[in-house]
Design a protein around this ligand. Structure first.
Ligand code: HEM
Length: 366
């Protein structure tokens, strides 16, 4: 056989093996959780659609609360129950705390500075320590609350100047979109808005500004935000975690290197956990200990464990202060005579889960 024929055969063999590697499922070391059938090369990418949190919630109804999907070449495990949230965020937190890099950021070398993308290691630990001890510690936040108060008063004055015009209550980040969802739910449920207003009048008094120290005395306002987090988690699939080693969960294997997603949106709307899950009922949190601070796995809006959102203490203060102040200082109605029950609550999946149509509401100073 001449040399070129031999080379040709060798190249054909390499080509065939490469194609087979993409077409045939690789045998995992243990038993993977069940999941939908996949296509060659793209795996289950076509199952995600424009609203992956909803598609994954629907798939979980068929395949169960622990599923395997192949997103391109990445094995992805999706969990959708509080019990599994506890397994991932508490029991196996140490092994499931890594993150996958984002190629574009790696090319630009910016991943080395982004805390959410840093692998668990000395650098990540140092930045977290600085966040927890110097930036978001209760004592530090208490010390600079005057600055936030000034900013909120500036915002209120801005709203007052533009009163009776449409106020564009929008935003792209997690805190802004949570505020927008809370306002949208209150405008869609005017009786809840009146209840919140009455609580503020009673506890703070008309014409007085809200202080961060008032938040514990405002149970209905706190319940409104918890109910908003339940229905509209800003990061509906949390931030993806990466398995640092094989992990056994419920008799299945989460293989090393897998991407792990937790569907908070599905948990928040599960009728087995919540009565009347799609209705906005802040009352369900009155007299209940459940909070969103990482201890109750039915409401882990900020994650839990070692990767829990370090900005949570600041986000919670800002959200209560902004929402409380907007309710306390203005009467609100929807623009263009939109009926509350007809308000469009369509979602748009992005960095944070946003309202597809920004909320347009008209404030009238009280
Ligand atoms: C409503 C507002 C917010 C929500 C719902 C939210 C939610 C989250 C969630 C779910 C995670 C992933 C947790 C996990 O993997 O277990 C996270 C991580 C993170 N958040 Fe937030 N967040 C909010 C506001 C903020 C703010 C205001 C800041 C900073 C000023 C912030 C900074 C971060 C950082 C740096 C991480 C990455 C931590 C790490 O990977 O170690 N977040 N957040």
């Amino acid at each position: 056989m001449d040399f070129f024929l031999l080379l040709n055969c060798f190249l054909c063999l390499i080509f065939t093996l490469t194609i087979l590697r993409f077409l045939l499922p690789r045998t995992p070391a243990g038993k993977l959780p069940p999941g939908p059938a996949r296509l060659p090369i793209i795996g289950n990418l076509h199952n995600l659609g424009l609203k992956p949190h909803i598609s994954l919630a629907d798939l979980a109804k068929v395949h169960g609360p622990l599923m395997t999907l192949k997103l391109g070449q990445v094995t992805t495990i999706v969990a959708s129950s509080p019990a599994l949230a506890k397994e991932i965020l508490q029991k196996h937190d140490k092994v499931l705390s890594d993150r996958h890099g984002i190629l574009a950021m790696e090319v630009l070398d910016t991943h080395k500075f982004a805390l959410p993308l840093l692998p668990v290691g000395p650098k990540w630990r140092n930045v977290r320590k600085v966040c927890n001890s110097y930036v978001f510690a209760t004592q530090k936040l208490d010390l600079n609350q005057g600055l936030r108060r000034e900013k909120i008063i500036e915002v209120l004055e801005g709203v007052r100047r533009n009163a009776s015009e449409d106020l564009f209550v929008a935003g792209t980040d997690t805190t802004a979109s949570s505020l927008e969802w809370a306002m949208a739910e209150l405008l869609r449920n005017p009786d809840k808005l009146v209840k919140a207003k009455n609580e503020l009048d009673e506890m703070i008094g008309k014409g007085n500004h809200l202080a961060e120290s008032d938040i514990p005395q405002l149970p209905y306002l706190r319940a409104i935000l918890k109910e908003t987090f339940r229905l509209h988690p800003a990061l509906p699939l949390l931030l993806p975690r990466k398995a640092g080693a094989d992990v056994e969960i419920n008799g299945f294997t989460v293989p090393k290197g897998a991407r792990v997603l937790l569907n908070l949106w599905a948990i928040g709307r599960d009728p087995a956990i919540w009565d009347d899950p799609t209705s906005f009922v802040p009352e369900r949190f009155l007299g209940s200990d459940v909070d969103a601070k990482g201890n109750y796995f039915e409401l882990v809006t900020f994650g839990a464990g070692r990767r829990i959102c370090p900005g949570m203490p600041l986000a919670l203060r800002m959200l209560h202060m902004m929402l409380g102040s907007l309710i306390h200082w203005f009467d609100w109605k929807l623009s263009d005579g939109v009926e509350p029950e007809k308000l469009d609550m369509e979602e748009k999946f992005g960095i944070a889960l946003q309202k597809a149509k920004p909320l347009l509401a008209i404030p009238t100073p009280i």
